[in-house]
Unconditional design. Structure first.
Ligand SMILES: C[S@@+](CC[C@H](N)C(=O)[O-])C[C@H]1O[C@@H](n2cnc3c(N)ncnc32)[C@H](O)[C@@H]1O
Length: 272
């Protein structure tokens, strides 16, 4: 049974869309792995939160969202218009995130994305030509991510080019980095942990609110940075909201500042 690292008030069950026996089989298998109740479509109304298999993949359905008070849905979709647009018009090698992780002409670092979430940043790194290892500890996010990867791997457009660059491990990144093979260090380690809710967070993007509902705040981000600095090849990059303090009181080598957030970059001058 997989345990959930965040104590939340939601009731969560796993279900499927009526009419396709394979969806029922998949949802039963996931419920067993996650140790969650498996319910038929007729009982979905009884639950606030559901992981539902549909013909278009696995998705989270929330009955209501406190802030906007209507049902909300979230899934990992590497073929979405939004990701496609970001890939094609995001600024290529010049964009802040690409520069922060060390992508430049002729240089494509191997990146460890230690807080993969919905995999959006990893997808960007891979679309710019980097090999990416994604880590995610939340079993719910991991199930969504795995499902998104499996569907996108079948795509003619991005399957063999972008998705093939991504590998995924469900684990706690601190434990992983502390026990990983030091002869196979990634060049760059990227950290984008959840940060404690502020008043402004009511305005945050819907998907971040839904993720927060399941994952909570990542209260061990200081320890995550320390483990990353210890394991890093060339650099560690931390995404922080604008005005937030640096993690673990450790000043970065430099920061790249954007409108609402910044990347704190820690260069490994030891070059190990
Ligand atoms: C803000 S989201 C990341 C969003 C991601 N950058 C994207 O592009 O979709 C933070 C994620 O990091 C994960 N996380 C935080 N600390 C972690 C750790 N120590 N190990 C693995 N995952 C972690 C959380 O479960 C959450 O899903």
């Amino acid at each position: 049974m997989i345990t959930h690292n965040h104590c939340s008030t939601y009731s969560l069950a796993i279900s499927y869309k009526e009419g396709d026996a394979s969806l029922q089989d998949k949802s039963m298998a996931l419920a067993k792995i996650m140790g969650l109740p498996h319910i038929p479509p007729s009982r979905q109304k009884e639950f606030n939160s559901l992981l539902v298999y549909t013909e278009n993949g696995l998705r989270i359905q929330l009955k209501h969202d406190r802030a906007i008070k209507k049902p909300q849905v979230l899934q990992v979709d590497f073929l979405s218009n939004a990701l496609n647009y970001r890939r094609q018009h995001g600024g290529g090698l010049k964009q802040a995130l690409a520069r922060a992780v060390g992508i430049k002409p002729g240089v494509r670092p191997h990146i460890l994305d230690a807080t993969a979430g919905l995999g959006k940043d990893s997808f960007l790194f891979a679309s710019l030509g980097c090999k990416v290892t994604m880590l995610e500890r939340s079993p719910i996010l991991a199930a969504l991510l795995q499902d998104g990867l499996e569907r996108a791997a079948l795509s003619r457009e991005i399957g063999e080019t972008i998705i093939a660059q991504l590998s995924f491990i469900q684990c706690d990144a601190i434990t992983h980095m502390m026990s990983a093979d030091r002869n196979k260090k990634p060049d760059s380690i990227y950290l984008d942990p959840m940060y404690p809710q502020s008043n402004k967070s009511a305005l945050n993007k819907l998907e971040m609110r839904i993720i927060r509902e399941f994952v909570g705040d990542d209260m061990d981000s200081d320890a995550l940075l320390l483990a990353a600095l210890d394991y890093s090849g060339k650099r560690v990059i931390v995404k922080r909201p604008k005005g937030a303090c640096v993690l673990a009181d450790i000043p970065p080598s430099h920061s790249i500042t954007m409108k609402n957030s910044r990347y704190d970059v820690y260069m490994n001058t030891g070059g190990s």
